[in-house]
Design a protein around this ligand. Structure first.
Ligand SMILES: [Zn+2]
Ligand SMILES: [Zn+2]
Length: 359
């Protein structure tokens, strides 16, 4: 008898525990999650992923996978008004700052982010990127790292990461903290990969445009001309994508898609190539044009040379806009008007594989 009562109490207790756990799980996964106890306010220019990780850490939760499920939000996709209303309620922040924080679908294939309207190809929504040194110093990560061609931290001059440098796993929601991998690597402590000075300067120009500041004087950054100051953010990003796509191999230029690169393995060499081209303008562009020529007849005529670059001009027409288009097409016209540039160093560039990009 005594034993029966004892086992019944255990069974009741187990049942109560199970019911409580199931109820807690239901509340957590329901469409109207309860508000987190400790509110979280987005910091200046912070990314959605960074804010969610801070909200999770501030409330004793590990990772953001459960938060994403509870809020029906995916940090690698756009959200609608109901998405940021839920988020605002849940993390206890005002709706206006959440609206700026969350990438949203805008008209005509554009994405709203941080008060800007960006072309969808300029936002690497499906990829997560960060600079471990910025997170170590600031404690959070920036939204502008998701600009698709941008591959370098402007402040530290190092490559952004989208994979753990130790175990090569992609950055995901299941990692325990914003800058800590599931393998245990703390990216704030991992030695970053330094980027060439030219790509760091280009990143500074892009960063300033994203933040609504005038572009820094490109002459003071090492760029010989002041042309970059005239370009808007979308023109700068298109210019970076175009210059990164030029290659010492005509077939690669023709095959390359003119979409913004997403994976850092592809974005980094392209961004570095674009930075170097701008740093040594127009010599690097000329070298790329020589390498990108589709054919080399025995005797060049201006018409032959122009025909051999049809695919590059086509790419410029289809991918550049405004000042960026004028800037590039003027340089191509100058190249076509100067026969001494058509073949100079062509053999060297064909043989020089040390500079050959990997993508
Ligand atoms: Zn940084
Ligand atoms: Zn790892």
């Amino acid at each position: 008898m005594k034993n029966d009562r004892y086992f019944k109490e255990i069974a009741d207790e187990s049942l109560r525990t199970m019911v409580a756990a199931a109820r807690a799980r239901f509340i957590f996964l329901s469409a109207a999650p309860i508000r987190l106890l400790v509110p979280t306010t987005p910091l200046p220019w912070e990314s959605l992923e960074s804010t969610l990780f801070r909200a999770a850490a501030g409330n004793g939760l590990s990772g953001i996978a459960r938060l994403e499920r509870a809020l029906k939000i995916d940090v690698t996709a756009t959200a609608d008004a109901s998405g940021y209303a839920r988020l605002s309620e849940y993390i206890g922040s005002d709706a206006q700052s959440i609206e700026r924080l969350v990438p949203t679908d805008a008209d005509g294939g554009t994405v709203g982010l941080n008060g800007l309207v960006l072309d969808r190809r300029h936002v690497a929504l499906s990829s997560r990127r960060l600079c471990g040194q910025c997170v170590a110093e600031q404690g959070y990560g920036y939204a502008y790292w998701s600009l698709s061609p941008l591959a370098v931290c402007a402040k530290h001059g190092v490559a952004l990461i989208d994979r753990c440098p130790v175990c090569q796993a992609r950055l995901g929601s299941s990692r325990p903290a914003y800058a800590v991998c599931r393998c245990g690597a703390d990216w704030r402590q991992v030695e970053p990969r330094p980027a060439p000075e030219a790509s760091r300067h280009f990143a500074r120009v892009i960063e300033a445009r994203f933040w609504g500041e005038g572009a820094p004087d490109s002459g003071s950054l090492g760029f010989p001309d002041s042309h970059l100051e005239r370009l808007q953010l979308d023109e700068l990003l298109d210019l970076g994508i175009f210059l990164g796509a030029l290659h010492h191999d005509a077939k690669t230029v023709m095959l390359r898609k003119m979409s913004g690169p997403v994976s850092m393995g592809h974005a980094l060499p392209r961004f570095e190539r674009a930075g170097r081209a701008l740093m040594d303008w127009p010599n690097r562009l000329y070298a790329a044009l020589r390498g990108a020529r589709a054919f080399f007849p025995a005797s060049d005529t201006p018409r032959d040379v122009a025909r051999s670059l049809d695919h590059v001009v086509y790419m410029a027409v289809n991918s550049l806009q405004g000042e960026g288009f004028r800037f590039v097409t003027q340089a191509i016209a100058d190249f076509l008007g100067d026969p001494s540039e058509w073949n100079t160093g062509r053999v060297r560039h064909r043989l020089d594989t040390s500079e050959r990009p990997k993508c």
